[in-house]
Write a protein that binds this ligand. Structure first.
Ligand code: SF4
Length: 390
């Protein structure tokens, strides 16, 4: 997760650069239920509107929460499927709040209604994130449900009216990249607190020309738009929290933007980016799925580290006998290819390892979704134009 606003605010309000330090426990994204009332095209948990077997019971969830607390986990992001379909969601959230966790709810928003908003308020969520794939019909098409957009926006409005901090989550694909600007306009118009931009966990083909690849070009354009809008809001004295996810090359790319627009602040921003340190899957981010299986993060559902029914999370997370976990815990990671040679490895940390695993069959190979070219990452010198001498 990359906190864009925080880094851009360092231009106007710099804070001291400190050594990189991992928090005591990871943030846990917890898919409490796989059932969902929608069938989104890009769903990583491949949910459906049916009950899935073998999900953790409320009592099991409570036992895990006790372990997470003593392991100093600071935050639980309750997710799904659609977490509001879990009948005991409010009991779970209330208990988590009483225990002192920061508690977020990751929802599609369609089930936030006048009937349950009081319960949502009473549960004490610190933040509600609502996912949208675009405006109106685009969103409905992605979600395969007519009227889904209106329902989600009603949910957003109910949260706002009741004082709950709320944000939009947008996963960009080639089919909805044209919706980014309208989404940012919506954010401003409705005065929504936060925008989470998720790069699609696009594996693609291994070796492509980074200058001409469509997805890389779209990604660069989208990042440019996000940084411009984020900065404009800061300049207007109305900053909103912009966060990106699933592509840690966003860190070096932001540095390039600062070098171009505010060169006098580039050294400071580089220091802050190194303090952040890039991808944190398996270290500061953890995932527990609906059946209790622990994964390095939500994009690793094919990779199991253990099950909280058999072994406490705190033990699973510390166990470095798993070679992937042992490598993920290193900083910088033992990456190869262009990531291994990249001048920004200490900022990006080799990006998203699961993509390397899926495309190259080697978890430590270069990340195919890096959208910086070889000149930008310091692999080749900038081309010097030839001067004709007569
Ligand atoms: S080459 Fe690898 S480490 Fe460097 S910015 Fe790209 S993804 Fe990150």
């Amino acid at each position: 997760m990359f906190r864009m606003t925080q880094f851009l605010q360092e231009i106007t309000q710099p804070t001291p650069v400190a050594p990189r330090r991992n928090p005591p426990g990871p943030v846990v994204i917890w898919n409490l239920i796989r059932r969902c009332n929608l069938t989104c095209k890009h769903c990583y948990s491949i949910s459906a509107d049916i009950d899935f077997p073998d999900e953790l019971s409320k009592e099991e969830v409570f036992t895990v929460m006790d372990d997470l607390k003593q392991f100093r986990v600071p935050a639980l992001i309750l997710s799904g499927g659609e977490p509001l379909m879990r009948p005991d969601i409010f009991e779970i959230a209330e208990r988590a709040k009483k225990m002192g966790f920061y508690v977020g709810l990751s929802s599609n928003g369609t089930l936030i209604t006048e009937q349950n908003i009081d319960q949502i308020v009473a549960a004490g969520f610190d933040y509600v994130g609502v996912s949208l794939d675009g405006i109106g019909a685009t969103h409905d098409k992605f979600r395969q449900m007519d009227g889904a957009f209106d329902l989600s926006m009603k949910g957003v409005e109910l949260c706002r009216r009741n004082g709950i901090r709320v944000g939009l989550r947008f996963t960009m694909t080639q089919a909805n990249c044209h919706e980014l600007v309208p989404m940012l306009d919506l954010l401003e118009r409705e005065d929504i607190d936060k925008f989470y931009f998720s790069h699609l966990n696009y594996a693609g083909r291994g070796h492509r020309n980074r200058k001409t690849d469509t997805v890389h070009k779209q990604t660069r354009e989208a990042m440019g738009l996000l940084m411009e809008r984020c900065w404009s809001l800061i300049e207007r004295g109305q900053p909103k929290e912009f966060v990106t996810g699933n592509n840690d090359a966003d860190g070096p790319y932001l540095l390039k933007w600062v070098e171009k627009n505010f060169p006098e602040h580039a050294a400071h921003i580089q220091g802050k980016l190194e303090q952040w340190g890039g991808n944190a899957s398996g270290v500061n981010i953890a995932n527990i799925d609906n059946t209790g299986v622990v994964h390095p993060d939500t994009m690793w559902w094919h990779y199991a580290l253990g099950n909280v029914r058999k072994r406490p999370f705190s033990e699973i997370w510390k166990d470095l006998s798993d070679p992937v976990m042992a490598g993920l815990k290193q900083h910088p990671r033992p990456v190869t290819g262009r990531c291994g040679e990249c001048q920004y490895l200490s900022i990006c940390n080799g990006n998203t390892r699961v993509r390397a695993m899926q495309t190259a069959g080697n978890v430590w190979a270069e990340d195919p979704a890096c959208y910086l070219d070889d000149v930008e990452i310091g692999l080749v010198a900038r081309e010097i134009p030839l001067v004709r001498v007569n």
